[in-house]
Design a protein around this ligand. Structure first.
Ligand code: HPA
Length: 248
């Protein structure tokens, strides 16, 4: 079953029919919010807003382990994670949709594994390709069918937040090869991998990353929110198209 994790600006799915709210707790604690189970077209879908309804949980306080665990518990086998990002590369301007193929983790202090060794077992997962290629292809194909421009690959640099980056930090990310920057991609992606869930990210560029737009002295959070509000209708259309294609 497909699960959709909503990011900043996406707290519910307009097309989710027959929604049932499921409150779940897990051995890792409580997820950000109730999971909503419903249908898009004929496809059963789970939805979880990463920051909770009303945007109450900041990126570094999200219980990523509980979120992914609860989704798998509810029957998820694959996860599309919608995420607001800042654009670094010139092909990722504000409003662009990007389906990253790689990620670099700059976070710290987050609970980033289910394999803490408490049971005496040491586990290492392969993470060469952090995103599922098949799920990425379905996202790209859905956007393309709707004639929604989409950047087919990119490198997501995940910072800790909640503050935005300095211009020098963005220059460093750029040198590292990052094309977009966000705060929630990790450990979400690796926890999905540890649970055996196929995982892909639909990144929505909400702003030019710090220092990349010569006309912008600072990054405005109001402008980010306004930009996301504009983009989310398109994001929901792409997700609905993907759901329809999944059962077609
Ligand atoms: N940096 C980090 N995370 C973000 C940004 C950004 O510029 N925009 C939206 N999420």
């Amino acid at each position: 079953m497909l699960a959709i994790i909503g990011g900043s600006g996406l707290y519910e799915l307009a097309e989710l029919a027959d929604p049932i709210r499921m409150k779940r707790d897990t051995r890792w604690g409580d997820p950000s919010d109730s999971i909503v189970k419903g249908r898009i077209g004929r496809l059963p879908v789970l939805f979880l807003p990463r920051h909770a309804h009303g945007h109450k949980v900041p990126p570094h306080r999200i219980n990523y382990r509980a979120n992914l665990w609860a989704l798998r518990d509810a029957g998820a086998t694959e996860v599309v994670a919608v995420a607001a990002v800042g654009g670094i590369a010139t092909d990722c301007p504000t409003g662009a949709l990007v389906v990253p193929d790689q990620i670099i983790d700059y976070t710290s202090g987050r609970d980033a594994t289910y394999f803490d060794g408490d049971d005496g077992n040491v586990m290492h997962v392969d993470f060469t390709e952090p995103y599922d290629p098949g799920l990425r292809d379905r996202l790209v194909a859905s956007a393309t069918r709707l004639q929604v421009p989409v950047v087919k690959a990119g490198v997501y640099g995940c910072t800790n937040g909640p503050r935005l980056e300095t211009a020098a930090e963005i220059r460093r990310l750029q040198k590292d090869g990052c094309t977009v920057v966000g705060m929630t991609g990790m450990p979400e992606a690796v926890l999905a991998r540890e649970l055996g869930l196929r995982y892909a990210c639909l990144a929505v560029v909400a702003n030019a990353a710090a220092g990349t737009d010569v006309n912008q002295a600072e990054v405005s959070v109001e402008a980010i929110m306004a930009s996301l509000a504009r983009s989310m209708t398109t994001v929901q259309r792409v997700l609905a198209e993907m759901c329809r294609a999944t059962v077609a």
